[in-house]
Design a protein around this ligand. Structure first.
Ligand SMILES: *[C@@H]1O[C@H](CO)[C@@H](O)[C@H](O)[C@H]1NC(C)=O
Ligand SMILES: *[C@@H]1O[C@H](CO)[C@@H](O)[C@H](O)[C@H]1NC(C)=O
Ligand SMILES: *[C@@H]1O[C@H](CO)[C@@H](O)[C@H](O)[C@H]1NC(C)=O
Ligand SMILES: *[C@@H]1O[C@H](CO)[C@@H](O)[C@H](O)[C@H]1NC(C)=O
Ligand SMILES: *[C@@H]1O[C@H](CO)[C@@H](O)[C@H](O)[C@H]1NC(C)=O
Ligand SMILES: *[C@@H]1O[C@H](CO)[C@@H](O)[C@H](O)[C@H]1NC(C)=O
Length: 332
């Protein structure tokens, strides 16, 4: 009996080790087997992207699918982390929200046929104000925007096209004039209520607005076919691998999480071959300079948020720019 137990234990350890090697020790172009199914939509590019060394897996399918998100969560270790870095204790919330979506595709077939995609991630920074980068931004294969950074009225500054827009309940547009039916919008879930909020809006239920740090949108301007849910693996990669956040914060400090901007760049690293940035700089030396390219907020309103580490993010941006992993469209 004891012998059996030891044998079973040893083979379990061996299996775990083999799985571990397959998962984590492959280079960026080695692909874990289960991943193939979901990757078929990403057109491979023969040359390595400049930022390949930053990533465990390049060409990672970034959106959760109702059918297999649990399986992939255990494959990628996302079942060992809570939101926003994994699905542990929130799998039910994910399941509910995903069950109301119509697709987990990355690109449509036409777009998919473009290999080696060139992407631009458009931040909402005031540096975009009075620049005429709109046409340049529109020339990319993939244009990633975030939160409620508007296009309407700012076409010359930031362009007209949007491939992806990342959002969360407190940052999403509620005026339908901002919906571009050609864009895919991506829920970045930070807490279980974000998923519950999406599910409630998609089922026409009553929104419970407790548990939000700011009043969330009470209506959804997007159609179910446009909506995806970001795999928390992307947010975890941003926090632990790119920003090097500690896994445990001191008891007297609130845990910090990456901003949507850094999450958007991390997403771009996983689906693009070239990544360019615009609107990511803040001018801390001039408190009267505009905070965003829209509205009237100035840098003086840039709150020292306990939730983000702006210093770590600015250092990261400086580093990836100096290493030519990304190109900044606005030099200075
Ligand atoms: C943008 O241009 C307007 C009008 O020319 C000017 O009033 C404003 O100060 C400029 N803003 C910045 C940030 O340069
Ligand atoms: C959406 O895409 C179609 C087909 O590519 C294009 O004709 C249309 O102008 C686009 N709409 C917007 C709002 O960009
Ligand atoms: C920041 O603002 C100061 C003061 O207005 C200005 O001299 C400087 O050029 C600005 N820096 C950037 C990067 O825009
Ligand atoms: C910004 O300020 C201008 C001029 O004071 C005002 O007309 C405009 O409504 C303000 N915009 C916003 C979004 O508050
Ligand atoms: C900073 O905090 C003030 C007061 O709490 C708020 O009015 C303002 O909108 C905040 N600014 C930003 C950029 O979040
Ligand atoms: C923010 O990040 C910087 C650079 O990684 C680090 O030195 C600093 O301690 C962090 N700040 C907080 C409040 O954790």
């Amino acid at each position: 009996m004891r012998g059996y137990l030891v044998a079973i234990f040893l083979s379990a350890v061996f299996l775990y080790y083999v799985l571990y090697c397959i998962l984590w020790r492959t280079d960026v172009y080695g692909v874990p087997p289960v991943d193939m199914k979901r990757r078929h939509k990403i057109q491979p590019c023969p040359s390595k992207p400049a930022f390949a060394s930053l990533l465990r897996f390049h060409q990672f399918h970034p959106f959760l699918c109702a059918a297999d998100f649990k399986k992939l969560a255990s494959l990628y270790g996302s079942d060992k982390f809570d939101l926003p870095y994994g699905i542990r204790t929130s799998a039910g919330h994910f399941q509910l929200a995903l069950s109301k979506l119509q697709s987990c595709d990355l690109f449509d077939d036409e777009f998919d046929s473009v290999p080696c995609k060139r992407c631009v991630v458009v931040g909402n920074g005031g540096v975009l104000k009075n620049k005429t980068l709109g046409e340049k931004i529109d020339s990319y294969d993939v244009i990633i925007r975030m939160n409620d950074g508007p296009i309407v009225g700012h076409e010359e500054e930031v362009g007209r096209r949007t491939t992806f827009r990342l959002f969360y309940p407190e940052s999403v547009f509620s005026d339908p004039k901002h919906n571009d039916p050609n864009s895919t919008v991506i829920l970045t879930a930070f807490k279980p209520h974000d998923l519950k909020w999406l599910w409630e809006l998609l089922t026409g239920g009553k929104i419970n607005t407790n548990s939000f740090w700011k009043k969330p949108a009470l209506n959804l301007i997007y159609k179910p076919y446009q909506i995806r849910i970001l795999d928390p693996f992307i947010i975890r990669t941003a926090a632990y691998e790119l920003l090097n956040f500690p896994k445990v914060f001191p008891k007297n400090q609130k845990p910090q999480h990456p901003t949507t901007g850094i999450i958007a760049i991390t997403l771009a690293f996983h689906i693009c071959h070239e990544v360019h940035l615009a609107g990511f700089k803040y001018n801390f030396s001039d408190l009267q300079s505009p905070l965003h390219y829209y509205g009237n907020a100035t840098m003086s309103l840039m709150n020292k948020s306990a939730y983000h580490n702006v210093t770590a993010e600015q250092l990261f941006l400086k580093d990836i720019t100096e290493k030519n992993f990304v190109v900044n469209l606005i030099q200075d």
